[in-house]
Design a protein around this ligand. Sequence first.
Ligand SMILES: [Zn+2]
Length: 479
Amino acid sequence: MAPQLDSFFKQVDAMSESFIDRLSKAVAIPSVSAMDEHRPDVFKMGEFMASELRNLGAEVTLHPLGKQPHKEHLELPPVVTARYGSDPSKRTVLVYGHYDVQPALMEDGWATKPFKLTVDESSGRMYGRGSTDDKGPVLGWLNAIEAHKKAGVEFPVNLLMCFEGMEEYGSEGLDEFIMREAKGFFKDADAVCISDNYWLGTEKPCLTYGLRGCNYYSLEVTGPGADLHSGVFGGTAHEPMTDLVRIMSSLVDPDGKILIDGIDEMVAPITDQEKALYKDIAFTMDNLYESLGSKTALFDDKARTLMGRWRFPSLSLHGIEGAFSAPGAKTVIPAKVIGKFSIRTVPDMESEAVTAAVQKHVDKVFAGLKSKNKCTLKLQHDGKWWVASPNHWNFTAAAKAVEHVWGVKPDLTREGGSIPVTLTFEEATGKNVLLLPMGSSTDGAHSINEKLDRRNYIEGIKLLGAYLHYVAEEPMREG
Ligand SMILES: [Zn+2]
């Protein structure tokens, strides 16, 4: 039987102005984690979260994380954890979000003040840094609790909340915290839900069950003891830049095909079940052209494009450190250049095997150049891909909630980028992790004029609450 959600929904509608007010208070705190001078504001935002949660009756703890590595003069902002309810007969859901934001300056081109929530009544767009990433979704959980209380509706689950303040700066200190608390604060969790990504488009909600990983490499070529002048030394020495450009151009072809032997064989084959998923997904080539700002797509069809983003690896060339890049015509021969490239990884690619294949390829190509320079490959960092089972009860509960609130079945999507904390939670808790987005593809997280649509916020609060009700009722199926 579908849960009775009418009085909760009515309460959310009745309280929508106060929920928007809560968001504007949060947006007004410029909790920019990447800027030293805003660190006190990040702390202030953590305190704001703690006091709002305490007012709702949650048990709140602020966990200090110590000094910031490489910036010892700065204290890391605390992880705010909160527990709401501890009824052993109920399921326990762990939710994660972040209360810090990306930098934002008027000079960047904002049309409104970034740290003032500005609601455009005609379009329903609510502009402000953090509105969609991630203050709106984070407050969504608090608003759902408050609406239950006010409506006198019993809260359907025990809720564990974990909100961090360093997400936009690499989540410093968080992995260790999560691993430490796996058998502590997180031990009761039956499932995990993260609301910190976006719909694929603007009209259809989605549930996200996969992310690509990333192996990031640097490739250094050195030769001469110092930078040289091409008028004097051109034609007399092996040039590092010439070698590097040759190697980099051998990694991938203009159609995006990775040319490193062994990579293709690591990629999990496409099943018929997976193939069938793509055709119904609300995405068009025009959506791609719009976000590319051009028609320079690799493929003309939707399914192949989505596969290119979600389920195949890709290799991108990012830049060359040490190369002359300023305007003008400097006749330098750089003595040392470092090429940067990365591979977005997918099932079943293993980081070590990928690196071994890259190394073998680089060695082979460099040997073919017969250069007297020196060439060194380094893995700068790697993050693993993640894929969850969309048949797990955590996902089927969320799908029912989407249908209840939005009247459509959600698209099951993956993403081309990574949200590393997803995998950390999965490893620490051993439970299914669901990505349940609130905002849509046009929200502009991280860019100027970030916004959250009023409709996505208010219906999103209903969705988060409804999801918890369906979780409470869904038969246990591990998928
Ligand atoms: Zn975010």
